[in-house]
Ligand binder design. Structure first.
Ligand code: GLN
Length: 187
């Protein structure tokens, strides 16, 4: 099984390593043709403005939307969640708009740029959440379902075969979130 990791910018290497631990073949996606054989895609953390700009420049937005409409699961971590959101609060920046969430960038404030917190994920259980300049998911609509919260704010949301988390499971040794995501692949 081949799973793509968008490799334009950000922490894609950690997802690549995580996929290897899950016994799947990671494919670094930089150009539309790199998506040809993948059965799922991970959009990593990084700088969402840069990732979106490059996505559009390389016309990866079109192919990702098309592959998703044909059933390809997508998981976005942190900046990846922003890239997938329908709306960025206070910004007109385009996104892939595939998930019915509204996100606010860098919303935990400067004093607490990074922190760790134990969270409880539906169907997975307790999980160490690593948050780095994380966005806050302010609202969800339609079929977007909150599956983990921290202080009453959504930190993980699922909508059909799209999953987002505002934390970084790829920075832990715990493969459960990635395995959960991979279970969305229908073969
Ligand atoms: N602050 C970044 C952004 O807004 C996200 C940070 C991250 O992905 N770790 O794009």
């Amino acid at each position: 099984m081949k799973v793509g990791v968008l490799a334009l910018q950000g922490s894609f290497k950690d997802h690549v390593e995580m996929l290897k631990k899950c016994n799947v073949e990671p494919i670094e996606v930089r150009l539309p043709r790199d998506t040809e054989d993948i059965e799922a895609l991970i959009i990593p953390g990084g700088e969402s403005t840069t990732i979106i700009k490059l996505l559009i420049e390389y016309q990866l937005d079109i192919i990702i939307k098309q592959r998703h409409s044909e059933g390809m699961p997508i998981y976005g971590t942190c900046a990846g969640a922003i890239v997938l959101a329908k709306e960025i609060v206070g910004s007109k920046q385009p996104t892939l708009g595939l998930m019915d969430i509204s996100v606010k960038r860098n919303a935990y404030g400067r004093q607490i740029e990074s922190f760790e917190a134990m969270i409880d994920i539906e169907k997975i259980g307790k999980f160490p959440g690593i948050f780095i300049r994380a966005p806050i998911i302010e609202a969800t609509s339609n079929g977007a379902k909150v599956i983990a919260t921290l202080e009453n704010k959504a930190v993980m949301v699922e909508q059909g075969n799209i999953l987002v988390s505002t934390f970084h499971p790829e920075l832990t040794d715990d493969v459960r979130v990635h395995k959960y995501f991979l279970s969305k692949i229908i073969r």
